[in-house]
Design a protein around this ligand. Structure first.
Ligand SMILES: Cc1cc2nc3c(=O)[nH]c(=O)nc-3n(C[C@H](O)[C@H](O)[C@H](O)COP(=O)(O)O)c2cc1C
Length: 458
């Protein structure tokens, strides 16, 4: 097991504020009404209750700020298929869910292109206050051309430039969260008539390549100050960024071996950057189809898989790869192509095919192996599979649904008890903020994190 202090696995539910996150097409099922009605709060309140019953660490909401617009030359297929469209705002939903949950981490994705860091920092501080310190932020750099055109850019900056943009963005928000307010500044001193001590509140006076931010931060320090930092890129630039900033890295991999290699590499880079090996944890995204017996699981899987939509899947993957899959023969052997899109995922897709078999492996094989990959089995076999990934260095699982909330209900009712029985899953929550629950230390970032250098005493 990779982490030094791990006594259990982390469980996260990765989904999205829409009707079709990853298993596209399944929203059409007769029993998927709750998923189709994703705009309604009661469905989500039920989901967070289920996740807390299963002692999940986090509800993680992915996000996009535009429609995938590469497949078939535009966004029409995306819109028709419901492929992450429409998608509602994750932060607003998590604010509502903070009132209907007590322990669950509330994780959202927000791209550095989506909004200016000043209002973003205030939104996060507000949610961290309201939720008692349960917020996590997945810092992403976006791959959707349509998304950046919605926020004033003509085109997506080049891959590595997006990470340089991210570097400055996190510098600004760290200054707001960690430096602007000293501890004890908020007095609420009725007798003295001092709400906040002005001597302990500071401007940040950031002047960088892209941002000019004066400060002070408009929110007082929240329980965690900086939310738990998540990151999901796995290109070279993405690994460097994760190594510097991430506390939890989200991994998509096709084999435990490739996941373990990626985790070891990011951990090595983190240590080289002055952080401790145990400062970074790894969650692998997995889809499970589970039922009480193997036979029932196989039947359920056949029933679910029949609804998957090729067009829905290709609309998303074309966007990820920035390659219009309708323009290439998918039965052509996999060859080399480069992308300005998600390089890490492409690399993993390629690496799972041994070089000597590339000539006979097609684009379709590799793409379907990524988008349709799921583990089917009884609760015991699912738990065995999770243990296999844990043995390769994963600290936990990011559970993707086939249908929502059914996939999470099945996981909580069938798999969690087996994991608990094996001592791999918590039976109760640790007290405190999300960071305390995950790392077992304090509510704030450890001194080894670069954000801490932004503190007045850092
Ligand atoms: C598990 C996982 C979840 C992701 N979630 C989002 C998301 O919600 N929104 C988004 O724009 N990108 C998302 N991404 C994309 C990454 O943040 C990143 O931009 C992309 O993988 C390209 O980075 P790379 O080329 O360094 O691998 C996700 C990636 C992974 C692996």
């Amino acid at each position: 097991m990779a982490s030094n202090d791990r006594d259990r696995l982390l469980l996260s539910a990765i989904t999205m504020n829409n009707a079709s996150h990853f298993a596209h097409g399944l929203w059409r099922r007769p029993d998927a009404a709750r998923q189709r009605d994703f705009e309604r709060l009661p469905e989500w309140l039920d989901l967070v209750k289920t996740l807390e019953r299963g002692r999940f660490d986090m509800l993680f909401l992915a996000d996009v700020l535009g429609a995938y617009d590469v497949y078939e030359g535009g966004w029409e297929t995306t819109v028709r298929e419901g492929t992450q469209f429409p998608t509602n705002d994750p932060l607003v939903l998590l604010a509502a869910l903070s009132g209907g949950s007590e322990h669950l981490g509330l994780a959202l994705t927000s791209s550095v292109f989506y909004q200016h860091p000043f209002p973003f920092a205030r939104q996060i501080s507000t949610l961290d206050h309201l939720s008692g310190g349960r917020v996590a932020w997945n810092v992403v750099t976006s791959v959707i051309e349509n998304g950046v055109r919605n926020v004033g850019l003509d085109q997506l900056p080049a891959h590595d430039d997006r990470y340089r943009w991210a570097d400055e963005y996190v510098e600004v928000v760290y200054k707001l969260w960690e430096r602007s307010w000293e501890d004890g500044a908020l007095r609420k001193d009725v007798a003295a008539g001092v709400f906040t001590d002005p001597a302990r509140v500071h401007e940040i006076a950031h002047r960088g390549e892209r941002y000019r931010v004066g400060g002070p931060h408009l929110s007082a320090p929240s329980p965690q100050r900086t939310p738990v930092m998540l990151q999901a890129g796995s290109s070279d630039a993405g690994r460097e960024f994760a190594a510097a900033h991430a506390e939890v890295v989200l991994i998509v991999a096709t084999t435990p071996g490739s996941a373990g290699k990626l985790a070891a590499d990011i951990r090595r880079r983190a240590v080289a950057a002055g952080r401790r090996a145990e400062d970074v944890k790894f969650l692998v995204a997995m889809t499970f189809v589970v039922a009480p017996t193997e036979r029932q699981a196989k039947d359920l899987d056949a029933d679910l898989a029949a609804w998957l939509s090729d067009d829905g899947i290709y609309a998303q993957i074309s966007g990820h790869l920035q390659l219009d899959l309708s323009t290439i023969d998918l039965d052509r052997p996999l060859d080399e192509f480069e992308t300005e899109g998600m390089q890490g995922i492409l690399r993993d897709m390629r690496e799972r095919v041994p070089p000597e078999r590339r000539a006979e492996t097609t684009y379709r094989d590799v793409i379907d192996g990524f988008a349709r990959r799921r583990f089917v089995g009884s609760p015991e076999r699912v738990a065995d599979e999770i243990e296999r990934w844990a043995a390769a260095g994963m600290d936990g699982v990011n559970v993707l649904e086939m249908i929502r909330p059914d996939s999470y209900e099945d996981f909580v009712d069938l798999v969690v008890p087996v994991l608990q029985e094996r001592g791999l899953s918590q039976r109760d929550y640790r007290p405190g903020t999300l960071r305390e629950k995950i790392f077992g230390a304090g509510p704030r970032l450890p001194a080894t994190h670069p954000a801490v250098a932004a503190r007045p005493d850092g």
